[in-house]
Write a protein that binds this ligand. Structure first.
Ligand code: NAP
Length: 279
């Protein structure tokens, strides 16, 4: 059955990505894990990328396979050009093509400016920004080669960049991270402009505070969580599934006319909550 709604009708939610092939980077933990599982749940075959934690990646694969779709784990460092190229070419070999690239892998190496080493700066830029460039480039080559297949999707391919509220909120002690996400904002916009004529949609999701290992110290004690909640008008810390749901919708034909947009999924963190009572 046709999934894409090429007649303009939206697909059913449980088969939003039926027949599509998705790759999620950093998919053995946190947001990437929930996203890989979420895409599998709505019908996609999924490549689960990881760099270190193989066992966790294999568990994600098993959970995705329980939905009756295909999945496998692939070890690759997204900051390595050869490894990203090999990862995408293996996927084209095993699944036939790629329809959705979720460039999610990311990390932090925090330090005050005067203590930050060049290595800390470079590592974060390499993974968070160069990694997204490499993944987007390899996916776009395949999207352009294949073009639109109307029975699968109205677009030739979708790239979802995992950004952060820190693409616009400066963050003391994290200049490498905030700069990488500011870079992702312009990477996404420029690629969206360049690739839209090929019917390739590039967008970003910008999470606020989501409960994952990357920011455990910000929520794992009642005091830390109370502090964090002061920054969130909606007064709850986000769950990885909050992001996964948005990525699945954004990658589907329900969002076919959404091009070059960042969707903030942040409980209102970007609403300048300090001004709710002051100013
Ligand atoms: P996480 O649980 O620490 O997961 C990070 C993932 O990235 C892991 O799967 C890790 O794989 C992978 N990774 C790290 N370096 C890699 C590399 N060189 N190549 C391939 N994969 C690599 O963190 P998370 O919170 O889910 O973060 C996911 C994304 O969301 C990041 O881009 C982050 O900046 C963004 N984000 C998170 C929040 C939040 O509140 N959690 C907010 C805004 C934005 P291994 O486990 O194998 O090392």
């Amino acid at each position: 059955m046709e999934n894409s709604g090429s007649d303009g009708r939206p697909p059913f939610a449980h088969q939003l990505l039926k027949g599509q092939k998705a790759l999620v980077t950093g998919a053995n933990s946190g947001i990437g894990k929930a996203t890989a599982i979420g895409l599998g749940r709505v019908g996609a075959d999924v490549v689960v990328n990881y760099v270190a934690g193989r066992d966790a990646a294999e568990e994600v694969v098993r959970e995705i396979e329980s939905f009756g779709v295909r999945a496998y784990a692939h070890e690759a460092d997204v900051s390595r050009e050869d490894e990203v190229a090999d990862m995408v070419s293996r996927m084209v070999g095993e699944f036939g093509t790629i329809d959705v690239m979720v460039a999610n892998a990311g990390l932090q190496r925090d330090a005050a400016l005067v203590d930050m080493t060049l290595e800390q700066w470079q590592k974060v830029l390499d993974v968070n920004l160069t990694g997204q460039f490499l993944c987007a480039r390899e996916a776009a080559k395949e999207f352009m080669r294949r073009g639109v297949v109307p029975e699968v999707s109205r677009s030739a391919g979708k790239i979802v960049c995992m950004s952060s509220v820190h693409q616009i909120i400066p963050w003391s002690g994290h200049v490498n991270y905030a700069s990488s996400k500011g870079g992702v904002q312009m990477l996404m916009g420029t690629l969206a402009q360049e690739l839209a004529p090929y019917r390739i949609r590039v967008n970003a999701v910008a999470p606020g505070a989501i409960r994952t290992p990357i920011n455990r110290s910000a929520w794992d004690t009642p005091e830390a969580e109370a502090d964090l909640l002061r920054l969130i008008p909606y007064r709850r810390v986000g769950d990885p599934e909050d992001i996964a749901n948005v990525v699945a919708a954004l990658a589907s034909d329900l969002f076919d006319y959404v091009v070059g947009t960042t969707i903030y999924v942040d409980g209102g963190m970007t609403l300048f909550p300090g001004f709710a009572t002051g100013g």
